[in-house]
Design a protein around this ligand. Structure first.
Ligand SMILES: Cc1ncc(COP(=O)(O)O)c(C=O)c1O
Length: 384
C-alpha cells in the first residue's frame, strides 16, 4: 500500500517508536507514585516533556501537559479560559472542527460571540484581517497554525501581537505543524498551544497535549486522582498535576518521547525538507494535467501535504479509484475543516488530500503520478 494519509495519522512510525512501546509493554512500568515500583514512568513523561519543550522552545517543561490529543487540548483551552455570555472570540475559516465545534457550542449554549475571519484564495489569513475583526469584548484569538487541508501557514508572531494589543488571549492549534515546522512559543508569545502526538510527532493515537503559558488562569476539564498528594481533597494546583487527573496514557507518552526524540535526532528541517521535496515534485509533475486543480499554493505554505481535485470528478470517486485500482490511500471530502471549503470554491464536496511522509520513496511518487495520469485519461479525457 502507498500511504498518502499522514496528515490524518502518520504511518509508518520510525522503528524507535515501535521498539520503545514494545519495551514498555514488556516491563511493569507504572507510575511510581501509584505502585512503589522502582522503574519510574515519570521518567518517560519528563523525557517526553523535555523533548517537546525543545521542539516548541518552552523554558519550563511542566508547562506542557498531556491530553488524549489535540481535540481534548483545544476543548480544555477554549472552555477553560472563562468565556461567558457577551465574550467575543476571533477565529478563522482555516480551522478544524476541533476549534469550530467547541466555539460553536459556547456560542449556542453560553451566548458567546464568534467570528471566523475568511481566508484568501491561498487559504492564508492576514494578521490585519484578524485585527479588523477584534472588538472591545474580544477575549481570545484562536487560530490553526497550518491548514490540514492546503498546508497554508499563518504568521503566529504577528497574530500574537494583534491579540495581545487588544488584551485577548492567543490560542494556537499546532496539530499539523508540530513536528513539521519549528515552533517558538516563547518568541512568538503564544498563550496556549495544542499539539497531537499521532501525526508528525510519530506517536501512537490517543496522545497529545497543551502548552500553557505560566500564570494563566485556565480551568481544568477534569479532576481526580494524581497518584500523589492523595490527602488533598481538591485537585493539586501545581503543574502539571493540575491538568493531568487519572492514570496517564503511558504507552502514548512513551511513543511520543521516542517520536520527538527521532525528530530531534534527525533534525526537524531535514525531515521537512524531504517531505517538501516530495510534495513539490508531485505538484510540479501534476502541472502536465490541466484537469488537475491543486489548491496548495503560495509562499506561506508548509508543502508537507497538498490537496487537489480532478475536474469533473468528485473527490470520493478519485479516492476510491486510487485505493481500489492503485492501492494508494489518500483522504477525501471536507477533512473536518468545512469553513475553508467555500473560500476554496469546493463546498460541499471538498478535495482530495495527499500527505506523503519522510519515508515515502521516489518509486511511490512515480506510482502516484502514474495513477493520476491514468485516472485523468480514463475518466476525464476518455482517450481510447
Ligand atoms: C488542524 C487539526 N486540528 C485538530 C486535529 C485533532 O487532533 P487529534 O486527533 O489529536 O484530536 C487535527 C487532526 O485531524 C487537525 O488536523
Amino acid at each position: 500500500m502507498i500511504y498518502f494519509n499522514n496528515a490524518a495519522t502518520s504511518y509508518p512510525k520510525p522503528k524507535v517508536v515501535f521498539d520503545a512501546v514494545n519495551a514498555y509493554f514488556n516491563a511493569p512500568t507504572c507510575h511510581s507514585a501509584r505502585t512503589g515500583l522502582e522503574i519510574d514512568s515519570d521518567d518517560h513523561a519528563t523525557s517526553a516533556r523535555q523533548k517537546l519543550a525543545k521542539l516548541f522552545n518552552v523554558s519550563d517543561i511542566n508547562q506542557i501537559i498531556f491530553t488524549s490529543g489535540s481535540t481534548e487540548a483545544l476543548n480544555l483551552a477554549i472552555n477553560g479560559i472563562g468565556l461567558k455570555k457577551g465574550s467575543h472570540v476571533v477565529s478563522t475559516t482555516i480551522e478544524h472542527n476541533s476549534v469550530i465545534r467547541p466555539l460553536k457550542h459556547l456560542e449556542r449554549d453560553e451566548g458567546i460571540e464568534v467570528d471566523f475571519v475568511e481566508c484568501d484564495c491561498l487559504s492564508y489569513v492576514e494578521p490585519a484581517k484578524i485585527e479588523e475583526a477584534i472588538k472591545p469584548n474580544t477575549k481570545a484569538v484562536v487560530v490553526n497554525h497550518s491548514s490540514n487541508v492546503t498546508g497554508s501557514i499563518l504568521d503566529l508572531a504577528e497574530i500574537a501581537k494583534v491579540a495581545h494589543r487588544h488584551g485577548a488571549l492567543f490560542i494556537v492549534d499546532a496539530s499539523q505543524s508540530a513536528g513539521n515546522i519549528p515552533i517558538d512559543v516563547t518568541a512568538w508569545d503564544i498563550d496556549l498551544l495544542s499539539f497531537t502526538g499521532h501525526k508528525s510527532l510519530y506517536g501512537i493515537q490517543g496522545i497529545g497535549g497543551l502548552y500553557l503559558k505560566k500564570g494563566l488562569d485556565v480551568k481544568p476539564l477534569k479532576v481526580g486522582g494524581t497518584g500523589v498528594k492523595s490527602e488533598v481533597l481538591t485537585q493539586p494546583t501545581e503543574m502539571p498535576l493540575y491538568y493531568e487527573a487519572g492514570t496517564p496514557n503511558m504507552p502514548g507518552i512513551v511513543s511520543l518521547d521516542a517520536g520527538a526524540g527521532y525528530i530531534l535526532e534527525k533534525g526537524i528541517d531535514h525531515i521537512r525538507n524531504r517531505k517538501v521535496e516530495i510534495v513539490k515534485t508531485i505538484i510540479d509533475k501534476l502541472k502536465d494535467y490541466p484537469e488537475v486543480e491543486v489548491y496548495t499554493r503560495g509562499k506561506r505554505n508548509s508543502y508537507v501535504n497538498f490537496c487537489f481535485n480532478i475536474k469533473g470528478m468528485v473527490p470520493e470517486e478519485v479516492g476510491y479509484i486510487l485505493d481500489s485500482s492503485y492501492d494508494i490511500t489518500v483522504r477525501t471530502g471536507l477533512h473536518c475543516a468545512p469553513l475553508i471549503m467555500k473560500p476554496l470554491g469546493v463546498y460541499p464536496w471538498g478535495t482530495v488530500r495527499a500527505s506523503p511522509s519522510y519515508f515515502t520513496t521516489d518509486n511511490e511518487v512515480d506510482k502516484f503520478i502514474e495513477a493520476i495520469k491514468q485516472t485523468v485519461k480514463t475518466f476525464v479525457r476518455k482517450e481510447k
